[in-house]
Design a protein around this ligand. Structure first.
Ligand SMILES: Nc1ncnc2c1ncn2[C@@H]1O[C@H](COP(=O)(O)OP(=O)(O)OP(=O)(O)O)[C@@H](O)[C@H]1O
Ligand SMILES: [Mg+2]
Length: 460
């Protein structure tokens, strides 16, 4: 299938003769045109151009610049990286500067010299492409083992660092976290970062009936039981040289707990019906959303097995305790879904952002994914609103901690900074605006509060 070249230029100009003239003088570039704010936004969504040339005086109010600035704001909101070249009247320095301050790339006074315009567009395009390439390279560098984990929350970042640190060792790791917090993502990341050559194999102990689980784990010899028509290796053997994730380990039946313990002590298995011990080199990762300590007290989980599994315990914070992450993840998922479905990216309306921030997310990241997927199907505007999300009203958070004023202040500051960065999807300039501080002040704040610029941030 041949893909037509994407227009890289949008020309916004209400004077049709002038529009034609500009298009003609820039005929080296694939371009589309628009003559007012609505059509500009529409074309922009449809074609996501890299560069826009824009007249500031647009209908219905050609004599003022209000429509032009509205248009500029909207386009930058749709893509903060777009290069907008503003065409102003003669001697209209004030508006030119205002446009630059808002994020326009450059300005030219009308009447515009065709060569100057062409050169300016050319430079803008080159800058756009360089920046895009740069983002791509940065992403590639970041495609480390935990590249799939999106977070800016300090607690969750600590979790990622811990996983990276223990990865090269042989230590058995226990991942504790509510359902949907990313246990499997982290287990896979642990495997990838471990450089173990074998496979990553996951088995869900809760999903397989007790009588099948043993053969699933240990495998069986031909003729071991009726129906065992050929020798079959189990998951532990399949993971030899790699990593075995025992998901929902809290649901492992007592009889198998004893067998698993023996394996963890001796690192050898015997297939069902087999006579021979097979040595296995596997890194084991347990995961559960259950309270294992409580299960031990109730006699449902072996304490000795717990200590074998819990050489390193990783507590994964629930999404509601990760500051700013719900909105950050939402932006990223919306981008991913849009590219999967080859649709333009749909943004989040202000009230949707508030609803996402207020929700308790009992099902964590998985719930967030599902909510957004459903909302996308239901939404018919070009922004998801709170109503599209269909979230239940949240209960207030109940965790009240220290009242030390300095700590309270820091906590509030960090929360505000993280929230602003999440809302603006990491755009420092806009986050600074939201916070009502200058860009350098925001950098200082981020430094002091140890907030990273873009941790494991997806870009595309
Ligand atoms: N921090 C994150 N960044 C990006 N995607 C994430 C993140 N955390 C989880 N996900 C995604 O959310 C979904 C749920 O994650 P995962 O399956 O790892 O959770 P889990 O804790 O194993 O859940 P369950 O208890 O339901 O098995 C997956 O699609 C995963 O890719
Ligand atoms: Mg899971």
């Amino acid at each position: 299938m041949s893909s037509p070249k994407l227009p890289s230029l949008l020309i916004v100009e209400d004077d049709l003769a002038l529009q034609k003239q500009i298009k003609w003088s820039l005929d080296r570039f694939e371009s589309v045109v628009a003559d007012d704010v609505a059509s500009a936004v529409l074309q922009f969504r449809r074609h996501t151009p890299a560069v826009v040339t824009m007249d500031l005086g647009l209908p219905p109010d050609q004599d003022s610049v209000s429509e032009g600035f509205k248009c500029l704001e909207k386009l930058l909101e749709l893509d903060p990286n777009v290069k907008v070249i503003v065409l102003t009247g003669q001697n209209d320095q004030a508006n030119a500067l205002r446009a630059i301050r808002m994020g326009a790339y450059d300005f030219l006074a009308k009447p515009v010299d065709a060569d100057v315009l062409e050169l300016t567009v050319e430079r803008a395009l080159r800058l756009y492409e360089l920046q895009q390439e740069n983002r791509r390279l940065q992403m590639q560098n970041q495609v480390d083992a935990l590249g799939g984990v999106i977070t800016r929350d300090p607690g969750m970042q600590r979790v990622c660092r811990m996983v990276e640190k223990v990865a090269p060792s042989d230590a058995t790791v226990l991942l504790l976290g509510e359902s949907g917090t990313g246990k499997e993502v982290l287990a896979q990341g642990l495997h990838d970062a471990s450089k173990r050559k074998g496979r990553f194999v996951a088995i869900n102990c809760a999903a397989i009936p007790e009588n099948l689980l043993e053969s699933e784990l240990f495998g069986y010899e031909k003729g071991a039981f009726t129906g065992a028509t050929k020798t079959t290796v189990g998951k532990i053997e399949t993971a030899d040289g790699g990593t075995l994730m025992l998901d929902e380990i809290g649901d492992l039946p007592m009889s198998l707990q004893a067998k698993l313990l023996r394996f963890l002590q001796e690192r050898k298995i015997e297939r069902i019906g087999g006579r021979q011990e097979i040595a296995i080199d596997v890194r084991v990762v347990g995961a559960t959303h259950q309270d294992l300590k409580k299960q031990i007290e109730e006699g449902r989980f072996r304490e000795d097995l717990y200590y074998r599994l819990a050489e390193i315990v990783v507590d994964i914070p629930p999404l509601r305790n990760r500051v700013g992450d719900a909105v950050l993840l939402s932006h990223s998922f919306l981008r991913r879904f849009a590219s999967e479905q080859r649709r333009p990216v749909i943004g989040l309306a202000e009230d949707a952002i508030h609803a996402i921030e207020a929700h308790r997310w009992p099902g964590n990241v998985r719930e967030l994914q599902n909510v957004l997927k459903r909302a996308l199907i239901m939404a018919d505007g070009n922004k998801l609103g709170a109503l599209d999300l269909q979230l239940k009203v949240a209960e207030p958070a109940d965790d009240e901690t220290s009242l030390d004023l300095r700590l309270v202040r820091e906590r509030a500051e960090r929360q505000a900074v993280l929230t602003a960065l999440a809302r603006t999807d990491g755009n420092i300039a806009r986050a600074a605006d939201l916070l009502g501080v200058s860009r350098p002040t925001l950098y200082d704040l981020m430094n002091r509060l140890q907030v990273k610029t873009a941790a494991s941030k997806e870009s595309n």
